[in-house]
Design a protein around this ligand. Structure first.
Ligand code: ATP
Ligand code: MG
Length: 487
């Protein structure tokens, strides 16, 4: 059996690891059992990127949420009835914490009665076996996999399997979900699940999906890496009209979706993992009029702040592009600082759709040249130390000045940089000692020895080190072996 804890720890981003440890700690302090569940476990097993952390606790998550808020986490949505908290952990890492619960249906298709439960009952009430696996985060069983419905073997078979015959009757939104997971993972529907799916469509259950449930699926869709494939599948099964009639009639803007996806790939290559929810939603709704977009989002239960963010997104991005291309940000270092703070989704949107060529070329320079140069800042700092500059505010200013110069194409070689660093720091290279001819060889040797001994000592506070010291540091910084002097 694979070591799931090892697998997990090796796949988490540092901020995700910190969030996991904190939730574990808080749960232990409250005496709650805590598990990693749902999409997180599925994505871990299948090797997909871990976008968010879904926790389930045998207890009330709101107490954990309050503590997390003190540490900088933001609660995005809190459903007190369901005891479900959507949260942005400190470090901008998305996730959720929910109470373990059982959904009890008096009759198939009725509203379920909620009962707080153990993790095992909670896993069994879930939609598909691949979403019903948990990993224990409790001290005595940390890393133990709980898979009561055999989800692992369905993942191996590349199948999405509903857990009970009434699955779609109980929650018709699962008709959208089953296709979303199948398209996303390239899985097919397990044979009986396919039969239940067909039967549900025959009985027209898709028309009983509530707008809020459809809205949640649309929200999930906009966070997908390949929403186009899912939308096509929904269209093929006439399910898009159950999400929204106007969207079904006018169709999603597949071109815009593809353009944004292409940009996402480019950003991945540059080492960035953007969340594209707002621009992707706009791309999906691209063929609808502004008014239609607004009414769709409201109808599907999007929160006011979400609607405002999505509908105001394009205008804000446009304003950012104007500022970026403007005179105030003409110096590359100013544009760099501005782009560093620009949300990745804005940056992606501009790359995909902006006609402001000045802004777009700066974004490209930022991704392809400036960010890689920033990785070289420690080298500049080493080089500055090597010529004898002590740490302090002036040190940092000089490093930043050299970085700013590099953005304009200067200081590419270590030699060029040394000149610049010396000029900015005022640390001059000591003149070479005069060559002594034949007569005084003994004296020269002694002087060289003394110099070498001095070079070996640390010179943390020497503003003007001896020439031999500077050379020794330079050699260390450039890591080239010192050439032997010709005799
Ligand atoms: P994603 O990667 O899109 O976030 P996810 O599986 O985490 O995928 P969520 O919508 O975040 O999907 O739901 C979290 C978990 O809650 C699911 O994995 C599933 O176990 C459970 N779940 C969500 N919706 C339903 C539903 N309608 N019926 C049963 N279980 C559900
Ligand atoms: Mg999730």
């Amino acid at each position: 059996m694979p070591d799931y804890m090892f697998l997990l720890e090796s796949r988490l981003l540092p901020e995700q690891r910190a969030a996991l440890l904190r939730v574990q700690e808080l749960s232990a302090a409250l005496g709650y059992n805590v598990y990693l569940t749902g999409g997180t476990v599925r994505d871990l097993i299948t090797g997909a990127s871990l976008r968010d952390l879904d926790f389930t606790v045998e207890g009330n998550p709101s107490k954990i949420a309050r503590e997390l808020e003190k540490g900088g986490a933001k609660v995005l949505v809190e459903d007190e009835k369901l005891r479900h908290v959507e949260i942005l952990f400190a470090g901008d890492c998305e996730g959720s914490i929910a109470a373990a619960r059982d959904d009890h249906y008096v009759r198939p298709g009725t509203r379920p009665e909620i009962r707080w439960s153990t993790i095992m009952e909670d896993l069994r009430r879930r939609d598909f076996s691949l979403n019903a696996i948990a990993i224990s985060l409790n001290p005595a069983s940390r890393g133990l996999l709980l898979d009561p419905t055999n989800g692992l073997s369905d993942i191996e078979r590349a199948e999405v399997r509903a857990l009970i015959i009434h699955s779609f009757t109980n929650q018709p939104v699962r008709l959208l979900r089953v296709l979303r997971f199948a398209a996303r993972m390239g899985f097919k529907l397990e044979q009986r699940t396919q039969e239940w799916f067909d039967l549900a469509i025959e009985r027209d259950l898709q028309h009983t999906i509530t707008p809020e449930d459809a809205g949640a699926e649309l929200r999930g869709l906009a966070r997908e890496e390949n929403p186009g494939a899912i939308l096509k599948l929904w269209e093929e099964h006439d399910l898009l009209e159950t999400v929204h009639a106007v969207l079904a009639k006018k169709h999603p803007d597949y071109d815009a979706i593809n353009r944004l996806n292409k940009v996402r790939d480019d950003l991945f290559m540059a080492g960035l993992r953007p969340r594209l929810a707002a621009p992707m939603m706009l791309a999906i709704l691209g063929r609808l009029k502004d008014r239609e977009q607004g009414s769709l989002l409201h109808k599907l239960g999007f929160r006011a702040a979400e609607v405002e963010h999505i509908l105001g997104f394009e205008e804000e991005a446009h304003a950012s592009a104007k500022e970026l291309a403007g005179k105030k940000l003409a110096a590359p270092i100013d544009a760099f600082r501005f782009l560093e703070k620009m949300p990745l989704e804005t940056l992606a949107h501009l790359l995909a759709f902006s006609s402001n060529s000045g802004a777009v070329s700066k974004i490209r320079a930022y991704l392809n040249k400036w960010r890689p140069l920033r990785q070289g800042i420690p080298t500049i700092a080493n080089e500055l130390t090597a010529i004898g500059m002590p740490a302090g505010p002036k040190f940092d200013t000089i490093v930043n000045q050299v970085f700013a110069m590099q953005l304009t194409g200067r200081g590419k070689t270590p030699e060029e940089r040394e000149k610049i660093l010396r000029k900015l720091s005022g640390i001059k290279e000591q003149p070479k000692p005069k060559e002594t001819k034949g007569k005084d060889k003994k004296g020269a040797k002694a002087a060289a020895k003394a110099g070498a001994a001095h070079a070996a000592k640390p010179v943390a506070h020497a503003e003007k080190p001896a020439a031999s010291t500077a050379k020794a540091h330079k050699a260390a910084a450039t890591k080239k072996p010192e050439k032997k002097k010709k005799k």
